[in-house]
Design a protein around this ligand. Structure first.
Ligand code: AHM
Ligand code: MG
Length: 332
């Protein structure tokens, strides 16, 4: 196995894809890497570029849109359109799927163009997340329906981490590879791989304990169970960063749902993270790296997508830590 497979090599060796699909997947990967390179440059100028801050708009999720959210939306829409391989593009920043190039591309893509954007104000890490799906054979002519039918079987998932270095992490389902942006050459170069959750890694737990009083009893019990154990708390508040650290070091990321409103919760029992462009791609990458991802009960990859902006509780990381979570949180 080549420990330093290139981006193009990865697409070329992807299993279960036709030759035509491999070509399309390669083009999508190159489009993501071109967009990531552009975003890395813009983000690095940070406050000097005058681009950090709120845009004044509110997105489909009811959240304040940062100027960089819109920039990332435009950058990746442009590069993915340029790949001529994407039929439908679903984005956190757009209410409806966008048909690209007349809808004739080989794949659908769901993306969170800039994840964790509240970190921008403090020059903290942010990310971009992508999931690539094969269009459903049950084409109905209704874009959302087709994406939902396709979303149950990803073909490729990737994320970009913009931090002290810019990393691109990619999986076609069999393994996970990392690439680092070489600033002098302007391209992503392979790091040794594949990457897997360490069997005997450290026990990092990443969660927002400030929300715990709103969680269900099982999640609160899990948090209490950590007290006195050899765990380390680490939480950046950017899924890509928290996931990536736990992938390399061993750990668990938890963003549960809240109690119903009438029991001191917020009435968001499905949590905050989005199924199509946050939970499914991270679950797909976690699985390929020997980890696991659940919604508190069942595997994320078994959750039926019913809405393109559907939210879902997410527990993802080292398989044994996810198993511990399930044992404690689901057994009164
Ligand atoms: P976003 O896509 O609007 O940035 O929201 C997702 C982010 C995740 O990256 C992060 O893990 C989580 O929201 C943090 O939420 P909180 O501030 O509630 O802990
Ligand atoms: Mg996000």
């Amino acid at each position: 196995m080549d420990s330093r497979l290139s981006l193009e090599g990865m697409a070329g060796e992807a299993k279960g894809l036709s030759e035509e699909e491999r070509v399309a997947a390669r083009k999508i990967l190159l489009a993501i890497s071109a967009g990531a390179r552009e975003m890395a440059g813009l983000l690095a100028s940070g406050p000097l570029g005058g681009l950090t801050g709120a845009s004044g708009a509110v997105n489909v999720q009811g959240e304040e849109v940062q100027t960089f959210d819109e920039i990332a939306q435009d950058v990746f829409t442009r590069t993915l359109r340029g790949s001529a391989s994407v039929a439908l593009l679903v984005s956190e920043e757009r209410e409806d799927p966008e048909v690209l190039g007349g809808g004739s591309g080989s794949f659908h893509v769901a993306m969170d163009p800039l994840d964790g954007s509240s970190n921008l104000a403090v020059s903290g890490p942010v990310g971009s997340i992508f999931c690539v799906f094969r269009p459903s054979s049950r084409k109905t002519g209704e874009p959302s329906t087709d994406v939902l039918a396709a979303a149950v079987s990803p073909v490729m998932a990737a994320y970009v981490l913009y931090s002290v270095s810019t990393l691109l992490v990619v999986s076609f389902g069999q393994e996970v590879r990392q690439f680092a942006l070489d600033l002098s050459r302007g391209e992503f170069l392979p790091l040794p791989g594949p990457v897997r959750f360490p069997e005997k890694g450290s026990k990092i737990v990443s969660l927002n304990a400030g929300n715990a009083s709103r969680w269900r009893e099982g999640d609160q019990r899990y948090l209490r169970s950590l007290d006195g154990t050899a765990y380390t708390a680490r939480y950046v508040g950017a899924l890509v960063m928290d996931f990536h650290r736990n992938l390399l070091k061993g750990g668990l990321y938890l963003y549960p749902g809240d109690l119903p409103k009438d029991s001191r919760g917020t009435g968001h029992p499905e949590g905050k993270l989005r199924l199509l462009y946050e939970a499914i791609p991270m679950a797909w990458i976690a699985r390929a790296a020997g980890g696991e991802a659940v919604d508190g009960h069942r595997p994320i990859l078994d959750v039926p997508p019913v809405h393109i902006h559907q939210r879902v509780p997410l527990v993802v990381g080292t398989a044994s830590l996810v198993a511990d979570y399930l044992r404690i949180a689901t057994t009164p």
